[in-house]
Write a protein that binds this ligand. Structure first.
Ligand SMILES: C[S@@+](CC[C@H](N)C(=O)[O-])C[C@H]1O[C@@H](n2cnc3c(N)ncnc32)[C@H](O)[C@@H]1O
Length: 255
């Protein structure tokens, strides 16, 4: 049971204002599939919806309700989306059917540390901080190595994470704030443990989840330990170089 199951019907409204990353990830997917995407050929699992896909395939880990995957598929790429929440995947499948791109989205229930993906691709993404659900370096390395395994040589892993600023912590700690109309969010920060306990409640559900954050230097070191060459670390989705803010967007290449 995932903490996201209880808020799957709330998630889209909760994240409605998060739009700044969509065009970035869509552009990266289109660039990857233009470069060959996957060759599913030899490696695709029987019955895979992406088998024979003409446009090339990317993998999104923690695909959720398809906030990124649906526009990516609408733009022409085929997406294999992995998530550990069956309820989030159900919502995603519904959106895909409504958008008429059900055949470009191959949704798979599973853990991003052991993704049920046999295909080898040129792009694996893990958008909107999903790696912050990993609790320690052992889990992070397992996930990063698993992502690397999905990549063809030269392929890239792109993801974003954050580490909070002191101001953010002071402004939000322990307070219920209305994040979107009728949807309330509460952040409980533990600066020693580097955890954020995030509670959310709204008309269609409520849940509580823990996120574990890390300094950018530690993400860099983990990527190197997992066998990646770090190509870039942006400070935002407009690709400005990282300059000490809360957000980091990582681009790492399988050597
Ligand atoms: C913040 S949401 C991001 C969803 C989507 N990528 C987006 O950008 O809106 C994090 C997602 O990661 C999924 N998730 C968390 N831990 C996971 C794990 N260990 N394996 C697979 N999915 C996981 C959750 O179920 C949730 O759908």
């Amino acid at each position: 049971m995932s903490a996201y199951d209880a808020i799957a019907r709330l998630y889209d409204a909760w994240s409605a204002s998060v739009v700044e990353d969509i065009s970035f990830y869509v552009e990266e997917a289109l660039a990857a599939v233009a470069g060959g995407g996957v060759s599913q050929a030899d490696t695709a699992r029987p019955g895979s919806r992406t088998t024979g896909a003409p446009g090339g395939v990317v993998v999104e880990l923690g695909v959720g309700t398809g906030r990124i995957a649906i526009p990516t598929a609408l733009a022409g790429a085929h997406v294999i989306g992995v998530d550990s929440s069956a309820a989030m995947l159900e919502v995603c499948a519904r959106h895909a059917r409504a958008a008429g791109i059900g055949d470009r989205l191959d949704l798979r229930l599973g853990d991003l540390r052991r993704p049920p993906v046999d295909e080898r691709v040129l792009l694996v993404t893990c958008p909107f901080r999903a790696y912050l659900h990993l609790r320690d370096d052992e889990e992070r390395l397992e996930a990063l190595r698993a992502a690397r395994e999905l990549l063809r040589p030269g392929g890239r892993l792109i993801f974003d994470v954050f580490a909070p600023s002191r101001e953010d912590v002071e402004e939000t700690h322990g307070r219920w704030l209305e994040r979107e109309p009728g949807i309330f969010e509460r952040a409980d920060w533990d600066l020693d443990e580097q955890t954020l306990t995030l509670s959310v409640r709204g008309p269609q559900g409520e849940s509580r989840m823990t996120l574990w954050w890390l300094e950018p230097e530690r993400w860099h070191a983990l990527l190197v330990e997992a066998g990646f060459a770090v190509e870039g670390c942006y400070g935002w989705f407009d690709r400005r170089p990282y300059d000490g803010g809360e957000d980091t967007v990582w681009v790492a290449r399988r050597g």
